[in-house]
Design a protein around this ligand. Structure first.
Ligand code: SF4
Length: 406
């Protein structure tokens, strides 16, 4: 597994796995409504995936495009503000794809304790965003830093963050992990300081530097600052290149529409994917509406989602014979063992509970099958769907006859 840093990420496809929602610092250009700006495209909000969902997302991405050649974690917050999720994800990906180059992008505050394991997992490179090495300048860029459950502000926050970032660079070099440094060029704040950052990080063993232009984001401390011109960024790159090689692409991570669908589909999976459950089952009298009580269903329609996000009917399955009490619902759980959700217009508490125990969520709803199924597959908010489709959740609002629920 060799990936030259110059190959990343532009000559290959890069896929970010959004498993890290929290952040441990506050950059004055960042609105936490959106993904971490230090590596991602501005004004994008990712769905957050569990490690298991992230692996599924990657599997889907690999099936869609053989061009995925680097897998990374870069948010939506900071990977090491969510270390359990981030490290578990890296382990799962490494297990499944032993040759896959992995990367991580972080602000560096909590990176140190994980560097040895990152090296063992053969993470090919780590990106640290270092916007200043002078704490006075750092204090203008960061509002606060939270470390070991303690809040730091002003110069103390900047001092602590910079110390951890620079220590991490040295440790990455010692562990043999390639280190990339990102600097956000913020006119009037650190533009004149980037060259000093470049020189210092090069001394500590950083391999490459990327100057990213500051993006103006509403409702942030820096909302009134101007974005740097291309010429300004170019001049800074040229000056910094005396100390360290430059990565010159300004493009941050992109996810195309097909991948957004895969992301939504992955986010809609159970957080712990113990079994592969790609389908949604529906109880319907005529095959258009969800309009049949669970106890009265004689067959269930099984739906999947295609790569364009359209819901497709894949089969119809016979319901177990009425009567037989609990045994009937155990049999139904086997019939629907590859379904994660069952949509019905009514259900009693006994079958709802029995199916839930077997990994099938029963949702009581009335509405057009294709609308509801597509909504669930694409990760739409269930509450919105409930309002639109007059969903009644759970068994308490059971409105069917229920005559066969026993
Ligand atoms: S590191 Fe900065 S830019 Fe990234 S999520 Fe945290 S506050 Fe936002």
């Amino acid at each position: 597994m060799t990936l030259k840093i110059a190959d990343h990420p532009y000559t290959f496809g890069r896929l970010h796995l959004p498993v890290a929602p929290k952040c441990n610092i506050q950059c004055n250009y960042c609105s936490r409504e959106f993904d971490c700006l230090n590596e991602n495209r501005p004004r994008v909000t990712s769905k957050v995936l569990s490690p298991q969902q992230a692996l599924y997302y990657l599997e889907q991405a690999m099936a869609l495009s053989r061009n995925i050649a680097v897998v990374g974690i870069a948010g939506p917050g900071d990977p090491f503000a969510n270390p359990d999720e981030s490290m578990e994800t890296l382990r799962l990906v490494r297990d499944k794809y032993p040759e896959m180059p992995l990367c991580v992008s972080t602000n560096g505050l909590d990176l140190l304790p994980y560097i040895d394991e990152l090296a063992r997992l053969q993470v090919s490179h780590v990106t640290i965003t270092i916007n200043a090495i002078d704490p006075q300048i750092g204090a203008e860029i960061y509002s606060w830093v939270r470390y070991n459950k303690k809040m730091y502000q002003d110069i103390d926050a900047a001092k602590l963050l910079i110390k951890k970032q620079l220590e991490s660079l040295t440790r990455l070099r010692d562990a043999g992990v390639t280190a990339k440094v990102n600097v956000t060029v913020i006119p009037g704040i650190n533009d004149f300081h980037v060259i000093t950052v470049a020189s210092r990080v090069a001394e500590l063993g950083a391999d490459i530097l990327q100057c990213l232009p500051f993006y103006h984001t509403k409702e942030t401390v820096f909302e009134n600052l101007l974005e740097p011109s291309q010429e300004m960024v170019q001049e800074i790159q040229d000056a910094s290149s005396r100390f360290i090689p430059q990565m010159k692409h300004h493009d941050r991570c992109r996810v195309d529409a097909a991948m957004m669908l895969k992301l939504a589909k992955s986010a809609a999976l159970p957080e712990k994917r113990l079994e592969y459950r790609p389908y949604i089952a529906v109880s319907s009298i005529e095959g258009v509406m969800i309009n049949q009580h669970l106890g009265e269903a004689e067959r269930f329609l099984i739906y999947s989602m295609d790569d364009r996000g359209k819901c497709i009917l894949v089969s119809a399955r016979e319901a177990p014979q009425a009567g037989g009490g609990e045994q009937r619902w155990k049999e139904l759980a086997v019939t629907l063992k590859d379904c994660r959700t069952l949509l019905v217009s009514g259900a009693g508490s006994s079958p709802t509970k029995a199916l839930k125990t077997n990994g099938i969520e029963v949702i009581v709803i009335e509405g057009v099958i294709k609308e509801v199924v597509s909504g669930i597959f694409s990760g739409q908010d269930l509450k919105e769907l409930m309002q639109r489709s007059q969903i009644h959740s759970g068994s308490s609002n059971c409105n069917g006859t229920g005559k066969n629920c026993g």
